[in-house]
Design a protein around this ligand. Structure first.
Ligand code: MLT
Length: 411
């Protein structure tokens, strides 16, 4: 019989969102009249903007013509999209990124889960706690951890607690490590890293020869232009950081699928003999071996996000969601709930009321209000006692959810 990968057996629970889906389905089956309000998984609710729909239509028509056939594309992504990314996401903020350093993919979840493959099994990994579960789980699957401890941490992985005291943006550890995952604006806490915080991380990474894996999937939600959108806005980051960005939340692509990873040419790791090896070349090798490229029509749609109409229309959608974030933060805050985030991110991070555990609050919230959120403990042990509400829904549903929460729980 085939021997399985025993590292998978170390995983403590099923993936967070399927568990939420299961509990929600069970509740709906038992309460068919309940009108659910979904503020759980950060999934968009607004339709694709007209500029994107038009680009999809045009690209599909082109593919149906003799002179418009597109088969396998460049695994790394079409030049038109990589160039647009460099111009609009980077040059516009004073950062020079070369198109050959950009790798277009079908999602940041995949990229942030797959990136660890190009690093050695012995690499020491640092995560903030709580964090997007993909970072920890994929390293556990790859054998970079020991067993789970009673606290819910995995042996061999370094956790830095993100707490109210440090603004949910811990600084680097005291010791050296090899890989550190950072996410700003943060999922799940909604915190955004300051320039000083990122400078400290870059300085640490350079001093320890570590690589930062910077997940900027939510950068479009930053409201203050002075805050860094990219780790490459920090001097020296091109020599120590990989960055990931996504079209999912900024342009409603969760069901369309397009993202990208940047691996600057100057970024290196070392092999067993201590010889420097280009990270970009390794990622390119992996990408070309395991991926045949994001579909042409999807890349055309992503490029439309950078056109004048696309920029304006997607900015309006982001603003719509951010109005929801503000409503939740202000209304629950005014009612005495302890709320964080939601200023530069589509997530509100709240302390669970009445001393409930994260999952108990999930269950009670569902039972009393039919509102679905995400238990903070699903993102790591330091998330226990917290709860995440997402701003992806209609204004009417968000207002209704606020009213139901205020009416059902004591702050
Ligand atoms: C979330 O709700 O945390 C995100 O939507 C999950 C994801 O982007 O994969």
């Amino acid at each position: 019989m085939a021997r399985i990968n025993d590292d998978y057996r170390k995983l403590q629970a099923g993936y967070l969102f399927p568990e939420i889906g299961k509990r929600t389905r069970e509740f709906q089956a038992a309460n068919p009249a309940a009108e659910l309000i979904r503020l759980g998984i950060g999934d968009i609710t607004l339709p694709l903007v007209p500029a994107v729909v038009e680009a999809l239509r045009e690209a599909a028509s082109e593919m149906g013509r003799d002179d418009g056939v597109h088969g396998y594309g460049d695994e790394q992504g079409y030049a038109f999209l990589r160039e647009a990314i460099c111009e609009h996401d980077y040059a516009a903020r004073g950062v020079a990124i070369a198109p050959e350093d950009v790798f277009v993919s079908d999602g940041s979840k995949q990229d942030s889960g797959n990136i660890q493959e190009i690093f050695g099994r012995a690499c020491r990994v640092v995560v903030t706690d709580p964090s997007y579960p993909v970072y920890v789980d994929t390293n556990v699957m790859a054998g970079r951890s020991g067993e789970a401890t009673p606290s819910g941490h995995y042996e061999g992985i370094d956790y830095l607690a993100a707490t109210a005291e440090n603004g949910f943006c811990p600084g680097p550890p005291e010791h050296a490590a090899d890989l550190a995952y950072l996410c700003s604006p943060n999922n799940p806490t909604g915190a955004v890293a300051s320039r000083e915080n990122l400078e400290a991380w870059v300085a640490w990474a350079r001093a320890s020869d570590a690589i930062l894996i910077f997940d900027a999937a939510y950068d479009a939600f930053i409201q203050d232009d002075a805050l860094p959108h990219s780790i490459y806005e920090i001097e020296g980051a091109k020599e120590c950081a990989i960055e990931m960005r996504s079209f999912s939340k900024r342009a409603g692509f969760t069901g369309v699928r397009c993202a990208y990873t940047v691996g600057p040419g100057g970024l290196v790791g070392t092999d067993a003999a201590g010889v420097a090896v280009s990270i970009r070349d390794l990622w390119s090798r992996r990408h070309a071996t395991k991926f045949n490229g994001t579909p042409y029509v999807i890349q055309r749609a992503a490029a439309a996000v950078f056109g004048e109409a696309g920029k304006q229309q997607t900015a309006e959608q982001v603003a719509y969601y951010m109005q929801n974030a503000r409503r939740i933060r202000e209304a629950l805050g005014a009612a005495g709930f302890d709320v964080f985030g939601g200023e530069h991110a589509p997530y509100i991070w709240m302390r669970t009321p009445e001393g409930l555990s994260s999952w108990d609050f999930f269950d009670q919230l569902l039972a009393k209000t039919s509102v679905i959120g995400t238990p903070g403990s699903g993102f790591g042990p330091a998330g226990e006692g917290y709860f995440r509400l997402s701003a992806f829904n209609s204004h009417a549903n968000v207002d209704l959810a606020i009213e139901r929460i205020r009416g059902s729980f004591a702050a």
